[in-house]
Design a protein around this ligand. Structure first.
Ligand SMILES: [Mg+2]
Length: 361
């Protein structure tokens, strides 16, 4: 058996909101949401003061305002977030060249053979959190374990400003009762299908046969079975540039006709908006993917001059591609929206935002 790896998952706390509160004293201690502010916009990040009122990332902004009427809303400033992101990545790479960024504020590090900091991954995680705080004034949470899946699970256990070490003997206690929807890598649509199969928890997923899971979900089915056992041998991969960012959903009951397809687009677009925001990117091309009930796949794309990052526009552009001619009368099994031609989100045209962060405060 090979020596166990030492993996750290580092995640900045309420990242975009914390940067805003750091840079504008008037926002400190207040419930704050960072959001584009368009009609269908979703919360990109909520401050912990807003989370107390039930405001969450990915929640539609209007709902967040219902839950928290005094919510301050500011548009994202990606230049500022990228600057902090570069600072924290410099901290990471001073400890190990094996850094895999997941977004502007999150990364996996393999510290099995660190460049400095000694042999203890826990001490390295402490040092990283301390250096991030000194250099950026912001707090980070870290999880330490033997693989990526468990390190990510660990960091989620103790937020904000926490450090959790998860060792194999504690894994069963955590994973067996864990709802499948809470496994990182199992999205809502997959979780719903697992539930239909009678698989509700980690224990159920363990008991399932890997062959059945592969039959249902393809190769990733085996990964689901492995993570239910706390196993994950995916390497920390430092070279993984984004080519495109998208989301798709598979439906248990086929969708028929443009109306049914148009109805599911806003939900998928909201996931894409959130993923784009996490990477600090926008797309010049929007691609609609449709898989029919006979498993044939068609894609249609449109390229625009003003880069898209917002769910409302993603929905509109994808909707325009989902024509009656394309869909015919056929049953649709899967719908996907992808943003490609990735670039920095451009500043919105003047007048799009008239949200004074402190209006009504
Ligand atoms: Mg974070």
């Amino acid at each position: 058996m090979s020596t166990p790896r030492k993996i750290i998952h580092v995640d900045m706390d309420a990242f975009y909101a914390s940067v805003e509160q750091r840079d504008d004293g008037r926002l400190r201690g207040r419930p704050l949401a960072v959001a584009w502010g368009g009609k269908r916009s979703v919360v990109l990040t909520a401050s912990y003061e807003a989370r107390v009122s039930g405001v969450r990332s990915a929640m539609p902004l209007y709902r967040a305002l219902e839950r928290c009427p005094h919510l301050q809303v500011v548009p994202p400033r990606f230049e500022a977030y990228r600057e902090v992101s570069a600072q924290i990545r410099a901290v990471f790479s001073s400890f190990t060249p094996l850094v895999e960024p997941l977004s502007l504020d999150e990364a996996y590090l393999d510290v099995s053979q660190p460049l400095r900091g000694g042999p203890s991954a826990t001490r390295i995680a402490q040092a990283i959190r301390a250096e991030i705080r000194t250099q950026t004034g912001l707090s980070a949470t870290a999880g330490v374990s033997v693989n990526k899946f468990l390190a990510k699970l660990a960091s989620g256990l103790n937020k904000p400003d926490g450090l959790t070490v998860l060792l194999p003997p504690q894994v069963d206690e955590l994973l067996l009762p864990l709802p499948v929807a809470d496994f990182h890598g199992i999205g809502p649509a997959t979780a719903a299908r697992l539930t239909q199969m009678g698989i509700h928890t980690g224990a159920d997923l363990r008991a399932a046969s890997p062959e059945t899971l592969v039959e249902q979900f393809g190769r990733v089915g085996e990964h689901f079975w492995r993570i239910a056992h706390g196993l994950d041998d995916r390497p920390v991969d430092p070279h993984r540039p984004h080519k495109s960012i998208g989301a798709e959903e598979t439906y248990a009951d086929d969708l028929y006709g443009p109306q049914a397809v148009h109805a599911v687009l806003p939900g998928i677009a909201a996931s894409v908006e959130r993923r784009l925001a996490r990477a600090g990117l926008a797309g010049k091309t929007v691609i609609l993917k449709i898989k029919f009930d006979d498993w044939s796949v068609v894609t249609r794309r449109v390229t625009v001059t003003y880069p898209v990052h917002e769910a409302g526009r993603l929905t509109q552009l994808a909707g325009a591609l989902a024509t009656p001619e394309l869909l015919g009368g056929r049953g649709v099994r899967l719908v996907g929206i992808t943003a490609a031609g990735l670039c920095l989100p451009a500043a919105p045209p003047l007048g799009l935002f008239n949200l004074d962060p402190l209006a009504g405060a």
